[in-house]
Design a binder for this molecule. Structure first.
Ligand code: HEC
Length: 141
């Protein structure tokens, strides 16, 4: 078997079999979404916009670190629940405008925010969330 063929067989398998928490790919709990909505409005909306639509940026502001959309219009659904909670608590890459919220929010609250973010996605993004996203994008007609 050629190495290319082997990888082509193995990679999609690994992406589906990759261990992720039981929550990833599952619809969020309505109670968690309700709590997350309040937190979102208080701490996140100012940057990430109404219903996670993202920050509008003037086309000439190329180097501005805009807050991305968290709904299904960008790639937030490529991340697992754990990955998103980690970004919320620890912040994004160094130098980013995305703050680390670990001194303000508990892990539970970060999970509620993840629930809210997931409520902004469609059924397809939910089922393709996390390691499955590559395979889903490739198979999308
Ligand atoms: C001061 C503006 C600002 C605030 C307030 C803010 N963010 Fe962000 N956020 C950003 C920026 C900018 C990024 C892009 C990260 C980068 O620089 O790569 C980001 C990235 C993210 C990401 C990663 C998205 C992805 O698709 O990878 C998540 C999740 C996120 N923020 C959630 C939140 C949540 C939840 C809150 C509220 C608790 C919040 N943010 C508050 C600016 C902000």
């Amino acid at each position: 078997m050629r190495i290319g063929t082997l990888l082509a067989t193995l990679i999609p398998f690994l992406m589906v079999a990759w261990p992720v928490s039981a929550e990833t790919n599952k619809p969020p709990e309505p109670a968690a979404v309700a709590r997350g909505t309040k937190l979102y409005e208080k701490y996140c909306l100012a940057c990430h916009g109404e219903k996670g639509a993202g920050e509008a940026v003037a086309p000439w502001a190329k180097s501005y670190n805009a807050a991305p959309a968290l709904d299904n219009s960008m790639h937030t659904w490529h991340h697992t629940d754990e990955g998103l909670a980690k970004t919320i608590l620890k912040g994004a890459r160094a130098g980013s405008r995305m703050p680390a919220w670990e001194n303000t929010l508990t892990t539970e609250q970060a999970r509620d925010l993840v629930a809210y973010i997931k409520s902004l996605w469609g059924a397809w993004e939910l089922s393709c969330q996390g390691p499955r996203h590559m395979m889903c994008l490739r198979n999308r007609k």
